[in-house]
Design a protein. Sequence first.
Length: 481
Amino acid sequence: MGMKNSRWLSLMILCTGFLLIVVDMTIVNVALPSIQKDLGFSQSGLAWVINGYLIAFGGLLLLAGRLGDLFGRKRVYLIGLGIFTAASVLCGLSMNQPMLIAARFIQGIGGAISSAVILAMIVTLFPKPDEQAKAFGVFSFIASAGAAVGLLAGGLITQAVSWHWIFFVNVPIGAVTAVLSARVLASDKGIGIGRGADVLGAVLVTVALMLGVYTIVESSDYGLGSLHTIGFGTLSLALLAAFVARQARGRNPILPLRVFASRNLSTANVVQALMSSAFLGFFFLGSLDLERVLNYGPMAIGLAFLPVALVMGVFSIRFSAQLINRFGPLTVMVAGQVVAVIALAMLGFGPTNAGYALQLMVPLALLGLGGGLTFPSLTIIAMSDSRPDDAGLASGILNTAGQVGGALGLAVLATLAGGRTANLLAGGADIASALAGGYHLAWLVGACAIVATLALTLIVLRRPAVRVEMQDECLECEAAA
């Protein structure tokens, strides 16, 4: 009993560390106007408060996941948590633009290093399928609820104190989490560095991913078809191709290409990228819709998104594991994808001046239900075929797919929304209707992206639930004996 409680305590500690990372991604958004006014940022310069973090975070996830396999996941997790907490102090103390941007970049490094190994540690803690489903449900809830918590906390702290404290609050939480992690989490040695690390491969993949994320986040300013976007995008793909070629020939690759032999892992990453683009695109553009069209304030925006977090949390923690054990993760994921498509379609076809109770709260709750069913199931399917010594790498790949896919999807959806708004304004529409028309188009495109993931799920993915059911039957046989 003590061992079981220790494992769930370890999960809570890991999720607290991950909550810090997720909250930090959204809490800054609400404080951006105050940061801009205080430090004198231009509009383009202000974007780098977000982009500096994203580039470091997205670029290092894959490398960090593999380092966890090699050197021990607990060690890597603690290093990342320490870097993130220290960088939060620097962010809070920032008195000029370069210091804040540099501190945010370092914060992204820490966030990537710590979060890249968490899924692998959960797999190790909970090898039994039923407990693993519950654990991934908790993790998925933290990942989704953190966005709403960030919006609420950002508005409250910025209005009550100052923007500096959205970073300072990370310090005591990060320090306590690090101490508890050092004491409670089980130590692991890792598989070792072997005959030497693939340093060139590590440099290639990190630069390629950072350059790719940079290209994506800057495409909103330069345009998807601009020379800047195409040029840097091509360079990023060339570096990535060189990395893949090296991994195919290297003696000790940092990314063994055998992991992609798993049809489930490869397909799940595509699904993760498309699902993330739809969900992140909705949260970002939805907050703009609430602010610019419906005139919601920062606190009201955070409260408006609560149905998504609450419903997703209830199903992720309480019901998803039961449904997964009863029907299998593939069936549950299909149901979640269908519900998410319905929710985004309702929002996309909704009126410009939507009333909250019926026209927003209901589809938002359905979106939370769709996420609560889909993401825990997707995580189980993605990790089901990974070898124990590759679990950290698989975790890093899945996180990278979500971050890079989400960033790319958001850039595409924001571009489509902006183009639609411009066309409506040119046609004589008022500002509110034109803005709403752009946002609604983006949500419908997001719904189409989830339809594509539904097709991939039904056609390509295999059922890891067979293994779950077989293990359950074995346990019943042992109990009867």
